[in-house]
Design a protein around this ligand. Structure first.
Ligand code: AMP
Length: 288
């Protein structure tokens, strides 16, 4: 496995690796790799001849300087984990390589998909930063397929829209959320939780499971389902940023869970912001 730091090196190594029409799968990350990231890598490994992982903590998508400064960084461990998972090439550029002096281009996805939820709570700049760097990475790597986690459900919707709007010739593959055995979705930010905060954070998967159970029992009204989820979170002492039930493709707020819906939540536990989501789906039999 090789690690490269510049777009020029990346292109020259990849040109050789993709010779003969070998397929390239790409997993963009901000590092501090965990099993969630590695599940994406494994999927990419199974689907492709060549697997590329990028590690870049993108400063422009952070809305809080403190969050950027305290974001976990462990590049040498990440490189070892990537190698063990069968990655062929790691792209770990500097901020100056991705945003050189005079950089002045922004890729913005407009409309509801960036305005609600994370866009509302972290500010529009979050998605502008994310789409700009993902567009640049997709241009640099030119993969056949790129792998994203369902954990960041809105990010996936926004990336799919950008790729469609700009006719970027990459297939976007959604991968399921990987969870610890206790149910907490894996996140680089979990490392910042104290033992007590981690215990409190278990209310997140518990609240989502409660919503799934309520839908299975026949509850359909989105407002009461959201209130139910919020109560579980508040009872655990979490600060709730939002709980919403939305259309998975458009992110429009749903009034009723009559078809496949997404329950999305964002909370703060101590100083740590965590997001998670689950699909709510009325069974074919109904139930109410
Ligand atoms: P990040 O390093 O947090 O920017 O995440 C890089 C990619 O890994 C994104 O596509 C995330 O959605 C995905 N990812 C992060 N956590 C998980 C998880 N627990 N399960 C599946 N994918 C994840």
């Amino acid at each position: 496995m090789e690690t490269v730091r510049t777009v020029a090196e990346l292109r020259s190594v990849l040109d050789a690796l993709r010779a003969g029409g070998r397929s390239v799968g790409f997993v963009p990350t901000m590092g501090a790799l965990h099993e969630g990231h590695l599940s994406l890598v494994r999927r990419a490994r199974a689907d492709n001849d060549v697997v590329v992982v990028s590690i870049f903590v993108n400063p422009t998508q952070f809305n809080e300087a403190g969050d950027l400064d305290s974001y976990p960084r462990q590049e040498s461990e990440d490189i070892t984990l990537a190698e063990q998972a069968g990655v062929d090439l790691v792209f770990a550029p500097s901020a100056a390589e991705m945003y050189p002096e005079g950089f002045g281009t922004q890729v913005r996805v407009t409309g509801l998909v960036t305005e609600v939820l994370e866009g509302l709570h972290r500010g529009l700049g979050h998605f502008d930063g994310m789409t700009t760097i993902v567009a640049k990475l997709l241009h640099a790597v030119s993969p056949h397929s790129a792998y994203f986690g369902q954990k960041d459900a809105q990010q996936l919707v926004v990336v799919r829209k950008m790729v469609a709007d700009l006719a970027i010739p990459t297939r976007i593959v959604a991968c399921p959320t990987h969870r610890d055995p206790d149910g907490l979705a894996m996140s680089s930010r979990n490392a910042k939780l104290s033992a007590k905060e981690r215990e409190q954070a278990l209310a997140i998967p518990r609240s989502l499971a409660a919503a799934e159970a309520a839908v299975a029992r026949g509850d359909r009204e989105a407002a009461s389902l959201s209130a139910f989820v919020e109560r579980v979170l508040l009872d655990a002492g979490l600060e709730v940023e939002y709980v919403a039930i939305v259309n998975p493709a458009t992110l429009e707020t749903m009034l009723s869970v009559d078809g496949v819906s997404l329950c999305v939540i964002a909370v703060r536990v101590g100083g740590v912001r965590l997001i998670d989501n689950t699909v709510l789906q009325p069974s074919a039999k109904g139930g109410g």
